[in-house]
Design a protein around this ligand. Structure first.
Ligand code: FAD
Length: 318
């Protein structure tokens, strides 16, 4: 089923989805299966698998010169989606990036996904590679996610890059895009960001999943602004269980979101790792309850390996 079909059949019932990262290169698929096993009992609606773009690494050669190498630390998004669907019979959502891809490489990736029966994608721009400040599209690639959405939507209509193809199968991708309740960090203001978000929807995105947030009011305000801007597609809130004291600084730095004062104060006072995890899990449960009471019955959890918190939440809410 597609994500929008999942949303349509909720009928007020609570549901959740999770997001996982491919493991570091060299790992076995059983690591993924083992970490998912406890969560599968709670029947997630679907599982997203992130995509990780290339990184540049410099290695010193024997002759003293430095060699620039392109490495991929977490490959396997497509294979993991297929393996999870096959093993657990649950829908998966493959993240697809502009960064590092030409349009033709994207087309071929979409063909692979289609052949494997993976009909859900999230279309994202991706960030700049770590050694660069600004995002640079690959030659003949896309600069913005809205352009990627358009390409996927074209393929759904049987429009391929090579117009001379004889058999132009129409794909059937349900396309999600990212939204930012606290605005995307590069955007001059939230209004401009929402205008570009609308462009992604106008180009064929069927729903929005938000960046993680810890203050529900920011999400509710964002939804209001989106609706006023004419965005009518479902907006799925994204939450991440807070788990370590270091995240007080890492989360704002990496995701460009605020940690509310009450949560930060509680975490600072906590006297053990377990206490911090407990505070983070309880905060997420309270947030989830309020979101569900407001009609957002499907919540997306960025578990990133912290499956215990989501299991506790599922036990409490479902
Ligand atoms: P875009 O929608 O293209 O927006 C990027 C910036 O450009 C914004 O500031 C926007 O306002 C601006 N903009 C958009 N269109 C235009 C235009 N026409 N003219 C001028 N400015 C414009 N990253 C990964 O690498 N892998 C993942 O798997 C991944 N998954 C994610 C899942 C979710 C739900 C979210 C919220 C983020 C995810 N990210 C992932 C991070 C994401 O790639 C970054 O936040 C990235 O910087 C922006 O991606 P985007 O798709 O929102 O970009």
């Amino acid at each position: 089923m597609t994500v929008t079909e999942h949303l349509a059949q909720l009928n007020g019932k609570p549901a959740f989805s999770i997001e996982i990262l491919p493991p570091l290169k060299g790992a076995n698929i059983n690591e993924i299966f083992d970490s998912l096993n406890p969560i599968m009992e709670f029947d997630p609606a679907f599982i997203n698998v992130t995509y990780h773009r290339e990184e540049f690494e410099y290695r010193e050669l024997d002759n003293g010169l430095w060699q620039k190498r392109i490495i991929r630390k977490r490959p396997g998004t497509v294979g993991i989606c297929a393996a999870i669907q096959n093993k657990f019979k649950v829908d998966t959502v493959a993240h697809v990036l502009c960064g590092g891809f030409t349009q033709e490489e994207t087309e071929n990736l979409l063909i692979d996904l289609n052949f494997l029966g993976i009909n859900n994608v999230v279309a994202l721009r991706g960030d700049a590679v770590k050694s660069e400040i600004y995002f640079n599209a690959k030659k003949e690639g896309h600069q913005y996610a809205s352009q990627l959405v358009k390409q996927i939507n074209n393929q759904n209509q049987g429009i391929y890059l090579d117009e001379t193809l004889e058999n132009k199968t129409k794909t059937n991708f349900c396309v999600g895009v990212a939204g930012y309740p606290e605005k995307h960090f590069e955007s001059p203001n939230l209004e401009a960001d929402i205008a570009y978000l609308k462009e992604k929807v106008d180009n064929g995105a069927s729903y929005i999943t938000t960046q993680l947030f810890y203050d529900n009011q920011k999400f509710f305000d964002f939804v209001d602004k989106c609706r006023k801007a004419g965005i009518t597609v479902p907006i799925i809130p994204g939450l991440k269980p807070f788990a370590t004291k270091r995240q007080l600084n890492i989360i704002p730095q990496r995701f460009h979101v605020d940690i509310p004062l009450d949560l930060a104060n509680e975490v600072v006072k906590a006297d053990s790792k377990e206490a911090v995890r407990e505070i983070g899990t309880e905060w997420m449960i309270t947030q989830s309850k309020e979101l569900m009471d407001a009609g957002f019955n499907l919540i997306h959890y960025y578990t990133m390996g912290n499956n215990k918190a989501v299991c506790k939440l599922a036990n409490t809410l479902l």
